[in-house]
Design a protein around this ligand. Sequence first.
Ligand SMILES: [Fe+2]
Ligand SMILES: [Fe+2]
Length: 444
Amino acid sequence: MKILIVDDENISRNILLAKMTDMGTCVAVDNAKEALTEIDKAKAENQPFDLITLDVSMPGMSGMELLKHIRKKEGEDKIPKKDRVKIIMITARMNLGTINACIKLGCNGYLTKPISKVQLIQSLSQMGFDTGTEEKTGEERMSHSEGVAEVIKRFYSGKIILPVFPNIVKEVEELLAGKDPSVEDLSKIVEKDLVISSKLITIANSSLYKGLDDVTSLNGALVRLGLKHTLGVCSALATKNLFDSENKVLKTEMDKLWIHSFAVATLARRLAEEIGLDNLETIFLMGLVHDIGKMLLMKVFVDMYPDVSILDEDLQRAIHEIHTTFGGVLLKKMHFSKQIIKIAEFHHWDRFEENTDKELLVLSLANSLARELGFLFFSEKDTPGLEEGDLALETNNELELDHDQVIKDLSRLSSLQVLELDPEKVFSIIEQTHPMIKETVRAF
Ligand SMILES: [Fe+2]
Ligand SMILES: [Fe+2]
């Protein structure tokens, strides 16, 4: 593989060079002009580059302009799409607008600085490059990121069984989107899934929905839950199943991630209601699956390396670094909608523009709030890249929030600013939703 690295910053150019030298022949330059010379030279020698990494912001011609130029030239030369050079954009800031513009211009992927080897391997594997397949045996010393890289390679070579999301959720969704859905129609769909239908009865009898008497039939449960709530509850039951494991340590981690996902889903639905969106149950589902990449990465890692502790900080960091792009690819393979895939991919980006999808803004905000809520704590608040930490569901019964600090934190969030939400309003939503989440999450 022939690689061209274009970056004006010495340090990041060298980092990329070091990480890619064993993947192919690398040429590194610090500006667009030299890059064009190298591209022409390679073409004249009939050995064009397979991959180019472009720093988005460079003095003179920027990475984005260079991308546009390369694609235009390829168009003029009538190079078929599949033979065009693969281009990865490198950006220092998680600015969604910039990346969206680059995607439109025809980049194949993007990476955010600081770039790690796992990120790089995830991105290259996604594009179909072979990044080397030396599998190490358990005897050899293996770094955690190498382990995660192996998981990635196995995934892209189709050797990993994908999680199955029960069809029932889609069927219920379609029914509700249609004309005059009835409880009878709903019942016909739900009764096909014995586990979900029996759980629906239990949940209808939980304190959240409980009426005067216990319901004992599926029909009774559906009537009590109502059509819309049934969809949410079905989604949650279906998702909860994915977060299961026979490994005890992993099971605890999966529970934490599930509670986090449930909290994000509930908060997102509430926020969406506040700003007047109408696809509330889809937004709820988005929250449930937003971290699905993390779920599968952890599971497969434990399967492949049962002797390595999943709690290791370096390992968690490596998983965190790629869980978004990986989650997006996973949801695509599971045939989820484009809108849901986007949520998995971009929920950690932190600079949003006016025209960003409301759904993404709401989910990103809910993810930030879930941390404030104490459903998640950074085990060490300042460790970069760590999201899921100690779970305080048992001990943290009373929500103790430092009002002024939370308002200050909230005001800084780009998602909240673009949604034009009042931080005080959001604070009160946190306070109302917290006990509700704690109460409901146990029912599943
Ligand atoms: Fe996440
Ligand atoms: Fe999350």
